[in-house]
Design a binder for this molecule. Structure first.
Ligand code: MN3
Length: 212
């Protein structure tokens, strides 16, 4: 993908993730919030034809080399565009399989077990102050790390390659869970599509995901 960026399809119906995520939340989140980031990313890049061949990943990894006038727009809206594209892709209707193969081994090496990873993700994402994201990402050495970022900041800005992300902005859960972010996170981890995360992990070993 490159300019003009388009809203990626969900790949499933709005109600497919119920009861964990309600249909109305999905309609607004995908159709309004993600669509808004996509539109604003294009607006930020309009008039910068030298940047129109770059993917969102390339823009975010190279943010500091972009013109000053587009950096904030790319950071916020390019981040919002890429983060949500990953978010829809790594959820699946009907619950998740456990990871297998190299990803399962890497999770055991980094966190001790899948359960330990899940509780680390819940606490990391749960304690992000205000709006942001919790991530499973690959660092420069190829190791897995669990981190959080504020606002729409992508791990790509900091040299990490995200392979799983959970949105903890209130717009992701407030209609159904109100202030109960821990309840949302507990339900959310049951939606993880581990096959997709494993594919992203394999790609990230090359240091370059380039899917958005
Ligand atoms: Mn969101």
């Amino acid at each position: 993908m490159a300019y003009p960026f388009e809203l990626p399809p969900l790949g499933y119906d709005h109600d497919a993730l119920e009861p964990h995520i309600d249909a109305r939340t999905m309609e607004i989140h995908h159709g309004k919030h993600h669509a808004g980031y996509t539109k604003k990313l294009n607006a930020a890049l309009e008039g910068h034809s030298d940047l129109h061949g770059l993917s969102a990943e390339q823009l975010l990894r190279g943010l500091e080399s972009l013109p000053d006038t587009v950096q904030t727009g790319v950071r916020n809206n390019g981040g919002g565009y890429a983060n949500h594209a990953l978010f829809w892709d790594i959820m699946t209707p009907g619950g998740a399989d456990a990871p297998s193969g190299d990803l399962a081994s890497a999770i055991d090496d980094a966190f001790g077990s899948l359960d330990d990873f899940t509780s680390t993700l819940r606490s990391t994402a749960g304690s992000q102050f205000g709006s942001g994201w919790g991530w499973l990402a690959v660092d420069a050495k190829g190791d897995l790390v669990c981190i959080s970022t504020a606002n729409q900041d992508s791990p790509l800005l900091h040299g990490f390659t995200p392979i799983l992300g959970v949105d903890v902005w209130e717009h992701a859960y407030y209609l159904h869970y109100q202030n109960r972010r821990p309840d949302y996170l507990e339900a959310w981890t049951e939606l993880i599509n581990w096959d997709r995360v494993a594919k992203r992990f394999a790609k990230a070993q090359g240091g370059w995901l380039d899917t958005v």
